[in-house]
Design a protein around this ligand. Sequence first.
Ligand code: PLP
Length: 407
Amino acid sequence: LFSEVPQAAPVAVFKLTQDFNNDQFPNKVNLGVGAYRTDEGQPWVLPVVKKVEKIIVHDDRLNHEYLPILGLPEFRSSASKIVLGDNSPAILENRVGAVQCLGGTGALKIGAEFLRRFYNGSNNTKTPIYVSAPTWENHNAVFSSAGFEDVRPYRYWDAEKRGLDLAGFLGDLESCPEHSVFVLHACAHNPTGTDPTQEQWKCHFKQDIILRKLFAFFDSAYQGFASGSLEKDAWAVRYFVSSGFEMFCAQSFSKNFGLYNERVGNLTVVARDADNLKRVLSQMEKVVRITWSNPPSQGARIVTITLTSPELFSEWQENVKTMANRVLLMRSQLKAKLQALGTPGTWDHITDQIGMFSFTGLNPKQVEYLVKEKHIYLMASGRINMCGLTTKNIDYVAESIHEAVTK
Ligand code: PLP
């Protein structure tokens, strides 16, 4: 029955980790994985998460009954508030709702499935879905597997300048068909670590989105990670809401809570009015029912308890800052070391970029040299996870990059 099934290619980032695990070299370094690591190179359970887990264990009122299909109500509302702000005009107007999802991926999936069925009034597969070039690889697959036949790149990264291709981005916004859907990274763009500035969002993008009647689907996987501030990292999303747009925002709590394997995500829906919202959520409930039926509770409880207690909330913010600051430190040290070594090229982009990742500009040959000769594992695109750097391995990594560039 299955003799004709073709072998699927492994997922690059997980394959890289497998190769890293199999490598016996003592000073090997994993700069591939998209997860936070401490300066000891270890995963970090946030102290606030440990504390809340204890609260949950001792709460006899909790059980393992099914959650509602759309998820824990307090989770959905507190998660939406984190991204839109407590005083969001849309929340005050009762036109914000949400679906608890399995991670940010699940939120993108439910949003994509809903849009394919109902966007712009019809069951459509032809609507162009624009994703940035480059982007997190799953964006393409999530939208095409939901039935969209036209997932296209919009220009984003200028490799020569090692920065945003503003003219290209604007050109694609201006020339795209009306009612296209744009998947926008809310902050800490993966993989480039390069975001539009507030001025660029304000001066350029808004007008095009109005003129072309585009739909913005934000992906917020790194809130708090980019700047250490929840507000700053949600600026673009809040700006769109304050401009009156209907939009979706897929939120992931994998990175900012370190809850990677609990699969905690939220799809925030900003609708035109309360009546639209009600009907949209009723259809999303149907999509969830045939997808995972009911979401898991542990991660959502952890996030809800944290977000709704002032003390735990400020402790969480401190934990997020700890992670963001370590990334900033690694950025400045890596740049300083490459500059001290006289490595050819400019390295300002290492500190200009934000969030977990850096798009180093290393070419595939240089990447191959680092992986094969130096046991330093990074994505073929040259993307590195800054958290894979530690005060112990940073000299080795900088010297190895220097060798890769100069050899
Ligand atoms: N969106 C982006 C841009 C990401 O980088 C990631 C994870 O790496 C996700 C979404 C998915 O997050 P989750 O693990 O919560 O599904």
